[in-house]
Design a protein around this ligand. Structure first.
Ligand SMILES: Cc1cc2nc3c(=O)[nH]c(=O)nc-3n(C[C@H](O)[C@H](O)[C@H](O)COP(=O)(O)OP(=O)(O)OC[C@H]3O[C@@H](n4cnc5c(N)ncnc54)[C@H](O)[C@@H]3O)c2cc1C
Length: 386
């Protein structure tokens, strides 16, 4: 089977790995000019962790994971509002959780790929046509590629989705927040933060700072803002929104580059993920949003599940079976993403205090069993137990 994947991100690389292992001929086109390794900090557990274990890359991921001892919530005056020791959270799921940079995860997946998988950087899909043997894609480098299956793994603003399923507005549902992230080199601040993740939260705004393995800090900002369109000047928007949140946030703002990563926080909801011999996976098909904290894990779980189906059956049947298995799983993750939004960055001060009180309770000795149950429910995996 010949498969063309658009997007060398988390979902695309995972799918390529499993399909190649099953003997498929795989080409990936990626619009970025070359491999990237940075991004933002992600929590990695559930399906993603299970798939990484089956791929034999957990050791490498542990090697790049951030060493975070505690998650600390601060109020707008810099006072400690709540804290949660990572050790107790991690113990609740038997240690099966890591904090890694998204780009680091991507690098590990890429370097584990069989060299037989071709990745064409600086290339995208320009047009798609159905042909008797599958699908024909016109690529932006001027070539034409024929495959038995085209997979759109090109993220929340997928071009394959637009070309085959129609405009983004039909499927993208904003959750009422925008987000930004960037990396900081500030040794004095890193020393002060130590091995802690710091989150400053006031109504409608949250500014977070995570220690990265190499000594840098990853800034992670979320604020309430409707609509999907980014502001004309994201840097100016960030300065205006996050000013007045205390000395720590001011320091983070002083490092903000002119062109930080910036996007709306949204989910992708579609009635079907495949049409003919084209299928969407990962964020392109069913972004759960950063509020769910499991987009990368879900993307890996879906890619693995699709590969298992494709390698065992006729393509049409495999796509049907994939859809039936994944739908209820994704519906649950999207529901928890929507439910988490109002607690992660509340609009009202009372919600922040209730949330902080719950965190303080969860951090008390003896609360491990309750937290374990909650976390296990949250981290439910699509990957069957080995
Ligand atoms: C701030 C933030 C925090 C997050 N925190 C977490 C977390 O804690 N845990 C978690 O699991 N997830 C988290 N996520 C979500 C997670 O990053 C995504 O769900 C995940 O990266 C989706 O993987 P993907 O492969 O589907 O898409 P992406 O990772 O977006 O990869 C898509 C790839 O396609 C490429 N591409 C895009 N357009 C084209 C095109 N036209 N042609 C060719 N290639 C193209 C891109 O360059 C990219 O390489 C977070 C997201 C954000 C923004």
């Amino acid at each position: 089977m010949r498969v063309l994947i658009c997007g060398a991100g988390i979902a695309g690389l995972t799918l390529a790995w499993w399909l190649r292992r099953g003997g498929a001929e795989v080409t990936i086109v990626e619009k970025a000019a070359g491999p990237r390794s940075d991004g933002y900090m992600i929590d990695f557990f559930g399906s993603g962790y299970d798939v990484a274990e089956r791929m034999g890359v957990l050791g490498e991921l542990r090697g790049i994971a951030a060493d975070i001892g505690e998650l600390v919530y601060l109020d707008g005056n810099g006072g400690r509002a709540a804290g949660l020791r990572y050790g107790s959270a991690s113990a609740a799921v038997g240690g099966r959780v890591l904090s890694v940079m998204r780009g680091g995860l991507e690098s590990v997946l890429r370097s584990s790929l069989d060299p037989g998988v071709e990745i064409r950087y600086g290339t995208s899909v320009g047009a798609v046509r159905d042909v008797p043997e599958g699908v024909e894609a016109e690529l932006t480098d001027g070539t034409v590629s024929r495959a038995g299956l085209l997979v759109g793994a090109d993220g929340i603003h997928s071009v394959v989705r637009r070309l085959v399923f129609g405009p983004e507005e039909r499927y993208l549902h904003p959750l009422g927040y925008h987000t930004a992230s960037y990396l900081i080199r500030d040794d004095e601040l890193a020393g002060r933060i130590g091995g802690r993740a710091m989150l400053v939260n006031v109504p409608d705004r949250q500014a977070g700072l995570y220690p990265v393995r190499d000594g840098r800090l990853a800034a992670f900002l979320v604020h309430a803002r409707g609509g999907t369109a980014p502001p004309a000047d994201p840097h100016a928007e960030i300065m205006a929104r996050y000013g007045g949140m205390g000395e720590l946030v001011d320091r983070v703002l002083a490092h903000c580059p002119q062109d930080p990563y910036y996007d709306c926080v949204a989910q992708i909801r579609m009635p079907r993920w495949s049409r003919g011999r084209t299928i969407l996976i990962g964020d392109a098909a069913h972004a759960v949003s950063l509020m769910a904290g499991q987009g990368a894990s879900t993307a890996m779980g879906g890619a693995y599940t699709l590969a298992v189906e494709l390698l065992g059956a006729d393509v049409g049947e495999a796509l049907e079976r994939y859809e039936r298995r994944m739908r209820p799983f994704i519906a649950g993750k999207q529901e928890s993403g929507r439910a988490a939004a109002g607690w992660m960055v509340p609009h009202r001060a009372w919600r922040i205090s209730v949330r902080n009180r719950l965190f303080r309770l969860a951090d008390l000795p003896g609360s491990g069993a309750v937290m374990g149950r909650a976390f296990r429910r949250l981290s439910g995996s699509i990957v069957p137990a080995a």
